[in-house]
Design a protein around this ligand. Structure first.
Ligand code: AMP
Ligand code: ZN
Ligand code: FE
Ligand code: FE
Length: 292
């Protein structure tokens, strides 16, 4: 049986901070979430939980429930896929060791991106991108920012279109582990693995179904049904896919920075009825009547 979402809850299970490629620090992010009426938040930085401690202490000040979160990069049939991990044990040693390896992977990838873009003749591209990332490992958005600063492109979107997006020289996937391994990291730490923004991979309906089946076989539990920048058609399609494959439904804004009205903390299209929310399956279930 599924229970409709509680009207007083505002649940956002996907967003980013300066610990990866977001513009706000974890504490600024939590302040904004509080202003926007978010009651339950998962900070899901790319391949890191470095922002978790700062987010947790700020969440306490605002009475927000913070769910441990991450967005892990992996490969499936040669494509980069993002898996959101939720409600895991953030002290789990094997999980932390996997994240340390993933951080090494990200550095190796950043060096390769810089090498592949050497023909742009940007001095110290890797160092500049690292500086934009605040000294942490740079991701593609940080490289995009350097290109904008150097006048090579007009905006980040153009940087992705020409140099960093799918199939372009700066789109380096070779360093990511295969999907089942990453799902296993999350389940091994007692968490729930959720397929992030399934419409973003530009897969045909058949390929997306294959991906979802492989993900489910690997131990994946849910898919993001409601995320920013989707049409209501996408929402209906994903809801149907979720029901048909017997998966849990998740939702998140994928907020990165203020000023984009279509992508804001807590601003989430209501999910269609008849889905089983992922948050009913957290260790401390959200929105279910407490057991008597
Ligand atoms: P990375 O983890 O380094 O592969 O970077 C992935 C991030 O790049 C995504 O989470 C988005 O924030 C950003 N991104 C991906 N594609 C685009 C695009 N076409 N335009 C702007 N940002 C993008
Ligand atoms: Zn991002
Ligand atoms: Fe993503
Ligand atoms: Fe994201």
């Amino acid at each position: 049986m599924t229970i409709p979402q509680h009207p007083d809850l505002c649940i956002d299970l996907h967003c980013h901070s300066t610990a990866s490629d977001g513009a706000l620090s974890p504490s600024e992010l939590l302040k904004r979430a509080a202003e926007r009426g978010v009651t339950h938040l998962a900070l899901t930085d790319h391949d890191t939980i470095a922002g978790l401690a700062g987010a947790r202490s700020e969440a306490r000040l605002h009475g927000i429930t913070l769910i441990p979160g991450i967005e892990l990069s992996c490969q499936w049939k040669g494509r980069t896929i993002h898996i959101v991990g939720l409600d895991f044990d953030d002290q789990d040693e094997r999980f932390l060791a996997a994240l340390a390896r993933q951080n090494d992977n990200r550095w190796a990838r950043a060096r390769t991106i810089a090498d592949r873009l050497s023909r742009l003749k940007v001095d110290d591209l890797l160092d500049q991108a690292t500086a934009v990332a605040g000294g942490d490992v740079p991701g593609r958005p940080h490289f995009a920012e350097v290109m904008v600063q150097c006048g090579i492109v007009r905006n980040p979107a153009q940087a992705f279109k020409r140099y960093l997006g799918n199939g372009k020289p700066g789109d380096v996937k070779a360093f990511w582990p295969e999907l089942p391994e990453v799902v296993q990291w999350i389940s091994g730490a007692g968490g729930v693995a959720v397929l992030a923004h399934p419409r973003k991979y530009q897969l045909t309906a058949t390929k997306l179904r294959d991906l979802v089946k492989d993900f489910s076989r690997a131990g994946g539990r849910g898919i993001e049904v409601s995320t920013s920048g989707q049409s209501s058609g996408d929402l209906g399609f994903l809801a149907e896919l979720c029901r048909r494959e017997g998966l849990l439904a998740s939702q998140g804004s994928d907020f990165h920075f203020p000023g984009a009205p279509w992508c804001e903390l807590g601003k989430i299209m209501k999910m269609p009825d008849g889905l089983e929310p992922v948050w009913h399956h957290f260790k401390a279930p959200v929105g279910l009547p407490s057991p008597i």
